[in-house]
Design a protein around this ligand. Structure first.
Ligand SMILES: NC(=O)CC[C@H](N)C(=O)O
Length: 359
């Protein structure tokens, strides 16, 4: 069946609609990794977004039972240039199109993805509608993703306890990726995943050794009600923030965030660690960034900078044991160059109270 992507600018791109054949809308974004479509579509950070893959051939190693980042697909739609639906890989147990069908995700193939990406780079991430009927397109009823409460749609309703070990980490769930939990379990942590709106008292009651604020979808400023709790948590416990978690920690201490024109979504974003001067290739998926000039009275200083556009990619608190990362050290998809920041976090958890300055 023919399907169309209609951009907010009025431009229309045609393709063949596979997967679930319903009309959807969302924010259209692009992802530049050559692989990782399964992790991307199941990462809750993509809730409300239609993902255009810039790599022209998608689907050629299928879908497997290991690489889902959450129970089901989260992206609003998948848009590819050429679908390779055979899935040649020893782990593959499904094809991309069947996975999309089972998950209720429309998959548009045969699309001029280069033209869409050029348009997004020019005009920015924007609203789009995927439809089979061009007469049935109405942008007046479609909200901006920035105004939606998407975290509430992906966070768990009640706590989950996993693993056992020397360190008890509370993972505050704004839309966590399974690989973050996997990293903590590998480091022999006991992990308690808690709903994003848990109170400070509920978290304190768990007696955590450290708290990790997860990644998640949407605009961090939609969660301003939570900032006082987040600040209390970070003052009380050694804290790591990943992606949305990083943005929320910055906001909680008085910094500001803004939206990039077309975000960073890919597996090879170069980031420099300003303390060690080492450069890492990182996995990323974000629209928002912390404004550097807003850090002055927050107690934070930039620890990581993106080499392509000099945007802030992570912070270190000058006195408190807080590390924040805009990129994804758990990778999935992408390189695991920066996975050791989980070890640094656990070291910070162990040292709490013994070292005054962490910067
Ligand atoms: N992966 C994430 O946590 C993304 C954070 C936030 N939703 C952004 O787009 O910037």
């Amino acid at each position: 069946m023919k399907g169309y992507i209609v951009l907010e600018t009025g431009e229309i791109f045609e393709g063949e609609l596979l997967g679930d054949q319903k009309q959807v809308h969302g924010e259209i974004v692009f992802f530049t990794g050559m692989t990782g479509y399964q992790e991307v579509m199941t990462d809750p950070s993509f809730k409300g977004q239609m993902v255009v893959f810039t790599y022209p051939l998608i689907g050629n190693y299928g879908v497997n039972h290991l690489d889902h980042e959450s129970k089901h697909s989260q992206a609003a739609a998948i848009i590819v240039h050429q679908l390779s639906n055979q899935g040649y890989h020893y782990d593959a147990n499904n094809t991309l199109s069947d996975c999309c069908k089972e998950n209720g995700t429309p998959l548009l193939t045969g699309v001029d993805t280069r033209a869409i990406v050029k348009r997004i780079r020019e005009k920015g991430d924007m609203r789009a509608i995927l439809t089979t009927d061009l007469k049935d397109v109405d942008f007046t009823i479609i909200p901006n993703l920035a105004d939606q409460d998407v975290v509430a749609e992906v966070s768990i309703p009640k706590k989950i306890e996993l693993g056992s070990g020397d360190h008890h980490i509370v993972l505050l769930d704004f839309g966590y990726k399974k690989s973050i939990v996997d990293q903590l379990l590998e480091l022999k942590c006991k992990v308690t995943i808690m709903p994003y709106d848990s109170s400070f008292e509920e978290i304190e009651e768990m007696k955590p050794d450290g708290v990790l604020l997860s990644n998640g979808p949407g605009n961090p400023k939609k969660l301003t009600d939570l900032l006082p709790t987040i600040k209390k948590i970070a003052i009380r416990f050694p804290t790591l923030g990943i992606c949305l978690g990083h943005q929320l920690l910055a906001l909680a201490f008085g910094a500001d965030t803004e939206k990039l024109r077309f975000g960073h979504r890919g597996a090879n974003q170069p980031v420099i660690d300003c303390v060690t001067n080492k450069v890492y290739m990182t996995s990323q998926n974000h629209s928002y960034v912390v404004k550097p000039q807003s850090l002055e009275y927050t107690g934070f200083k930039p620890k990581f900078i993106n080499i392509n556009d000099q945007s802030i990619e992570g912070l270190l608190h000058k006195e408190l044991p807080i590390i924040t990362l805009q990129f994804h050290p758990e990778a999935h998809p992408g390189p695991s160059d920066s996975a050791h920041y989980f070890t640094d976090f656990i070291e910070m958890v162990e040292k709490k109270g013994r070292e005054k300055t962490y910067a």
